[in-house]
Design a protein around this ligand. Structure first.
Ligand SMILES: Cc1ncc(COP(=O)(O)O)c(C=O)c1O
Length: 477
């Protein structure tokens, strides 16, 4: 991957022997097994869009050429992970695969209780059904859609307290995922700590552009939690990417091992929810980490109802093995350098073409600012959805709307514009090569050239919750 505008933080470290670093950061792996992808014609894509009600979640993935819908569970496993699958022990209770999984999690996040779940939202569902309920309030920098939905499903309120810079797409700030500490403190005083079961911080801030949270900010959140005697929980989905940003952007962190940074982050918290489909480098899985034994017991009781016995929690033993191995690979510096650099490669190329983006480029995805690119499409005609559809129509590229479709429907049934209208191009881990990404750049640029001609959409059907997954759309007249 060439580095046309290399940020100092992305420079390779000098190899041993004092030589100059290489300009090109390579994928730190070679390909052992391949999966064909299929080009479709424009007419085919048009037909598939109509059948899908203009909702990209309803497409068959075989009709997608480059699938950037999500980085969740879509990555490639390493040869070592595939080998670990063979070791998976499928005992119902007390499997050695569970103990390997537990040890790997605790190597990074030293929580007393580690409860496996089949994915992140299962951990959320269990936790919030225990601590949530009417009258309760959960602060977060920004709740991810499933987190918000699981909080609200219990009747509790989900409040986002990200710093104001985090809501301005083009504004450069190294840690746009940071919590607004003043706002958090004011919220706790206003609501009263008794109504707040815990404070959450999402690493990195997915809904806000994949933007990281600094260690300093986390310590600030911890101090506020201590003052009000509240537990601090992490939504740790992209903890390793966040730690890499801390290493490369936060003063005084540049010499540290990422694993050390992760352990420090973990030690600041009282618990976490996790989707191992992201920085677990696995295709399925998650966990709930906790220190409070009573809360852990209540969560285990729920786990048995909905997921399974506490030593497998909705996963096969082989899945637990894949996660355990993935957790050792994800903190590797060569991997993280390549990972963050390859996302920036896509973003910087689009930025050079004048495409409005969330800046700086996030860890796992590039977020196109659809409201900026399509100013003539009002937010309630879903500019993000329009742009995402057009990328598929143009070149078979599937992205994901993160905007008014995802966040516009309020619990009281009213509709309002989301904070931003974005299209997320999420990069699956270790999956696509540079030429795939060059193709994506070409597709986005072609669509951007005719942006002024694109028309809005209206919703013809939507479900009661999480409407972006299944709503159907029609072009506005
Ligand atoms: C920040 C964040 N939290 C929670 C989740 C939910 O995880 P899962 O998809 O495994 O249920 C996601 C998934 O994308 C996420 O990005």
């Amino acid at each position: 991957m060439q580095l046309p505008q290399q940020h100092p933080s992305h420079a390779t470290s000098a190899p041993a022997g004092g030589q100059e670093p290489f300009h090109t950061i390579i994928e730190p792996f070679r390909i052992k097994s391949v999966e064909p992808i299929r080009m479709t014609t424009r007419a085919e894509r048009e037909a598939r869009l109509t059948e899908a009600g203009h909702n990209l979640f309803s497409l068959r993935s075989q009709d997608v050429l480059i699938d950037l819908l999500t980085d969740s569970g879509t990555g490639a496993m390493s040869a070592e992970q595939w080998a670990c699958l063979q070791r998976g022990d499928e005992s119902y209770a007390g499997s050695p695969s569970f103990y390997r999984f537990e040890a790997a999690v605790r190597e990074l996040f030293p929580f007393k209780h580690v409860i496996p779940t089949h994915q992140g939202r299962a951990a959320e569902k269990i936790l919030f059904s225990v601590v949530g309920g009417k009258g309760k309030v959960i602060p977060n920098n920004t709740h991810f859609d499933t987190t918000r939905a699981n909080v609200e499903f219990t009747g509790a309120e989900a409040v986002d307290c990200v710093i104001p810079e985090g809501k301005q797409p083009a504004l450069i700030h190294p840690f746009k995922g940071n919590m607004d500490l003043g706002r958090l403190d004011a919220l706790i005083r206003e609501v009263g700590p008794a109504r707040i079961p815990m404070v959450f911080v999402t690493l990195t801030n997915n809904s806000g552009g994949g933007q990281p949270v600094s260690l300093e900010n986390l310590k600030g959140v911890r101090a506020i939690c201590d003052r009000h005697q509240l537990p601090l929980f992490l939504d740790g989905c992209r903890f390793a990417e966040n730690a890499w940003f801390i290493r490369t952007r936060e003063p005084g962190q540049g010499e540290r091992d990422v694993k050390q940074i992760v352990r420090e982050i973990g030690a600041l918290a009282d618990g976490m929810t996790m989707s191992a489909k992201k920085d677990g480098l696995a295709n399925i899985g998650g966990w709930l980490g906790l220190n409070d034994p009573e809360l852990a017991q209540q969560c285990r009781n729920m786990l048995i109802l909905t997921e399974g016995f506490p030593t497998y929690g909705g996963l096969a033993g082989r899945d637990l093995e894949a996660i355990a191995q993935g957790l050792t690979e994800v903190v590797d510096h060569d991997y993280l350098r390549y990972r963050i650099r390859s996302t920036a490669y896509l973003g910087e190329a689009l930025q050079a073409e004048g495409i409005p983006l969330v800046l700086p480029i996030g860890g796992h995805a590039v977020y196109l600012d659809a409201r900026g690119l399509l100013p003539h499409v009002p937010p309630l005609q879903y500019p993000g959805q329009v742009l995402a559809m057009e990328l598929y129509r143009e070149g078979g590229v599937r992205g994901c709307e993160i905007g008014t479709v995802m966040f516009g429907r309020r619990p009281d049934g009213t509709e309002a514009p989301g904070p931003m209208d974005l299209v997320r191009l999420a990069i699956p881990r270790r999956t696509y090569t540079q030429s795939h990404i060059d193709y994506v750049i070409e597709v986005v640029c072609r669509v951007a050239k005719r942006a002024a001609a694109l028309k809005g959409l209206k919703i013809s059907w939507e479900p009661k919750a999480l409407r972006h997954f299944s709503a159907r759309f029609e072009p506005v007249a």
